[in-house]
Ligand binder design. Structure first.
Ligand SMILES: Cc1cc2nc3c(=O)[nH]c(=O)nc-3n(C[C@H](O)[C@H](O)[C@H](O)COP(=O)(O)OP(=O)(O)OC[C@H]3O[C@@H](n4cnc5c(N)ncnc54)[C@H](O)[C@@H]3O)c2cc1C
Length: 442
């Protein structure tokens, strides 16, 4: 197996997220012996399980899903739970230049449809995962960033100048105004994942844990997937491994993806008085920094704070990244500098060489498909992308805007991706500017 990051990020003892606490997690046995299916899906996250559900339920396909660990062990079980717009790291102007006015409209419709898709799944399968009100707050990290929000805010967004943030519960030393949007909602990522898994299994999908695919080879009429204790033969294969991808499965994916670390901390429950003394808004929130911070209150009073960054998954480097996350949390939310952080964890999201997701066939490989590259916003986009690639695989009409149908470019000098990332993070740090001072742990 070939990964961009150290083995620690893929090992069973990589720290679990807050979301597994108190939940009965299935320990699905490995796939053994020789299995046959119409479709094999590699990766049991939102993309893979959504695809499997649609293929089995709507198109009558026999489907086997294989995960190297367990369903939701990747980013789908360890994210911030922002079910929101996003999926590409391109401005509207850049998407328009690449795909024209119609392409931009189609992409924006895809983003909204993705949120509706997840909401529909929660309703249809009675999945109790919603965690708060609809809408989100985008906080300007500088006066200049607020002026940019005023110029570029999405249609329908409501602008809140810096002086009015407090009356909306959005005040903080690092915030200079906000744009409020009405789309999206927060959810418990693992509750959604487990409900989705149950729905797929009820539709007849076979899901195997502890089943890393070690090789993918063309076979008569399809593909053979090698596993440590068996083999699966399938006419079609979907690669849905995103930031956890083995870069040789298939080789085409290697060098086209840039997995990136994201880190989250969760505090102990805040008292009502503590919450009122700080950032009290119930909205999912994030800031305008290139190296963005994202944060929200959880229903049990805990506060979740996340950030991108870090270029090594080695234990010492992760400890330093986690310390940096705590320092940034204290700097942006000084009212809670003394509140204990109960849990911290990290995971891998995925960028692509074209800064947009890819959903479609793997070029030159009959029967092989891929869906990946949600740019840190895969709760909605990854779910909907998975459902749409399933329709494509079944020969049905799929809602796939031009942006996600263009195979991503190879990144220049793929072996130097982490060095490039380190440089980019340093530059972003400079353009983002300094944070408010860290008051230190009280
Ligand atoms: C810390 C963090 C916070 C995030 N917060 C948000 C957020 O708030 N909102 C949002 O929209 N997005 C967020 N994201 C991104 C989002 O979680 C992902 O985009 C999304 O979950 C990706 O889903 P996926 O199904 O494509 O991949 P994943 O959920 O990563 O699943 C990939 C699976 O593939 C398996 N796998 C890999 N290789 C093999 C192999 N060879 N054989 C078998 N299985 C294999 C892995 O074990 C893994 O389970 C966050 C990501 C991280 C890391």
């Amino acid at each position: 197996m070939r990964h961009l990051y150290e083995d620690a990020a893929f090992a069973p003892d990589w720290p679990d997220s807050h979301w597994v606490q108190g939940k009965a997690l299935p320990e699905l046995p490995p796939a053994t012996g020789g299995l046959r299916a119409d479709v094999a899906v590699i990766g049991a996250g939102y993309a893979g399980l959504n695809a499997a559900l649609v293929l089995a339920r709507d198109h009558g396909r026999s489907v086997v899903v294989l995960d190297a660990a367990q369903p939701g062990w990747g980013a789908s079980g360890r994210n911030g739970g922002f079910c929101c717009l996003g999926g590409a790291k391109l401005s509207a102007a850049a998407i328009r230049r690449r795909t024209g006015d119609a392409g931009l409209t189609a992409w924006q419709r895809f983003e909204r449809a993705a949120i509706d898709h997840v909401a529909g799944l929660l309703d249809a399968h009675a999945i109790d995962a919603r965690q708060g009100p609809e809408g989100e707050a985008l906080l300007a990290h500088s006066p200049a960033a607020f002026r940019a929000l005023e110029r570029q805010a999405a249609p329908g967004a409501r602008l809140i100048p810096g002086g009015a943030l407090a009356e909306h519960g959005l005040a903080g030393p690092g915030f200079h105004g906000a744009a409020l949007a009405s789309q999206g909602f927060p959810l418990d990522p693992m509750a959604y994942l487990l409900g989705l898994l149950a729905a797929a299994q009820a539709a007849g999908v076979r899901v195997a844990g502890q089943s890393p695919v070690t090789a993918l080879v063309p076979a008569p009429g399809g593909w053979r997937l090698r596993l440590p204790a068996g083999e699966v033969t399938a006419a079609q294969v979907l690669v849905a491994t995103n930031g956890y991808a083995d870069e040789t499965l298939p080789g085409w994916i290697g060098g086209r993806i840039l997995p990136v670390l994201s880190t989250i901390l969760v505090t102990r429950p805040l008292t009502a008085a503590e919450r009122a003394a700080g950032f009290a808004s119930p909205l999912m929130s994030y800031d305008t920094r290139e190296l963005l911070h994202y944060f929200r209150h959880l229903p049990d009073g805990r506060f979740l704070f996340g950030m991108r960054g870090g270029i090594s998954a080695a234990p010492a480097a992760m400890a330093a990244t986690h310390a940096r996350a705590r320092a940034r949390f204290r700097a942006l939310f000084p009212a809670w500098a003394g509140v204990a952080v109960e849990r911290q964890w990290s995971g891998l999201a995925c960028l692509t060489g074209s800064l947009a997701p890819y959903v479609g066939p793997v070029p030159g490989a009959e029967g092989l498909f891929a869906a990946f590259g949600w740019h840190g916003n895969g709760v909605a986009a990854g779910s909907y992308g998975g459902a749409q690639v399933a329709r494509l695989m079944a020969g049905a009409a799929a809602d796939l805007p031009a942006l996600v149908r263009q195979p991503p470019r190879r990144l220049p000098l793929p072996r130097l991706r982490r060095a490039g990332l380190a440089l980019a993070y340093r530059l972003y740090g400079l353009t983002d500017g300094p944070l408010p001072p860290d008051p230190g742990p009280a």
